[in-house]
Design a binder for this molecule. Structure first.
Ligand SMILES: C[S@@+](CC[C@H](N)C(=O)[O-])C[C@H]1O[C@@H](n2cnc3c(N)ncnc32)[C@H](O)[C@@H]1O
Length: 228
């Protein structure tokens, strides 16, 4: 006899999703954070997505670091940003949510078709304002010249085999923000670097305006802002 009380093997328990949703709504109410409310809705609307890694404090910490350095660097208003390897759209949400970042529009591109539905829910209030788009595509196949971007961000450099080859697809002089790390224990991390110097050499940018590293408990994250 079939046990109708047991969820299918490929489904997470809906109780978990409801509990996380309730908790996040509580935190949103306590803190007055619209962004936390957005995350609560994304959990409720995309209950099969595992958001716990993408939204853990280390992942968000690295994106808040990027946002602060971008704010310190950028002087342009109304920036159109493209985030490749954008995962569940957290970085786009953080940039669009902070007026200091000057980002008018963000596109989050990821090869995994499971990412765009979550990114769209998380960024729904920005999409409704015409400020956000999620795209499912391979960053190596995307036409970077078909529409103008003021800034191309790739925080997934440790995931791609040929960083220089990918950078070569961008228009000359494109402003880029890149992150990588030295965390080799993750099997998908096929292109880690051991130092900031190695990362600079791997990228081979025409100009570097910011270079920095950020230690975490188990690894170091590296960041470059420059021109390709
Ligand atoms: C684990 S996530 C993000 C890791 C990154 N350190 C961060 O914090 O943003 C890596 C993402 O890159 C995406 N990705 C890997 N190769 C890609 C490609 N060729 N084109 C587009 N997205 C890609 C994966 O689908 C995944 O969502």
């Amino acid at each position: 006899m079939t046990d109708i009380s047991a969820p299918p093997a490929d489904r997470r328990s809906t109780f978990d999703d409801e509990a996380v949703h309730d908790l996040l709504r509580g935190v949103a109410a306590l803190t007055g954070s619209t962004l936390v409310g957005d995350l609560a809705r994304a959990v409720a609307k995309t209950p099969r997505a595992d958001l716990s890694i993408a939204f853990n404090h280390k992942q968000l910490g690295s994106k808040l670091w990027l946002r602060e350095e971008w704010i310190a660097f950028n002087r342009a208003p109304d920036v159109r940003a493209l985030v490749v390897g954008g995962w569940h759209g957290a970085l786009s949400a953080l940039l669009l949510d902070d007026p200091r970042a000057g980002v008018a529009h963000a596109t989050s591109l990821d090869i995994d078709p499971g990412c765009a539905p979550v990114a769209r829910e998380l960024n729904r209030r920005f999409a409704e304002q015409g400020r956000f788009e999620a795209v499912t595509a391979d960053m190596y196949d995307f036409d970077y010249r078909a529409q103008p971007f003021d800034c191309v961000i790739n925080t997934s450099c440790e995931h791609i085999a040929d960083l220089r080859g990918w950078l070569g697809l961008l228009p000359d002089g494109a402003t880029v923000v890149l992150q990588s790390n030295d965390y080799r224990r993750e099997p998908d991390h096929i292109a880690c670097v051991d130092s900031l110097e190695d990362f600079e050499a791997q990228a081979g940018l025409a100009a570097v305006f910011f270079r920095g590293e950020r230690p975490t408990k188990n690894y170091r994250r590296f960041m470059l802002i420059g021109r390709r």
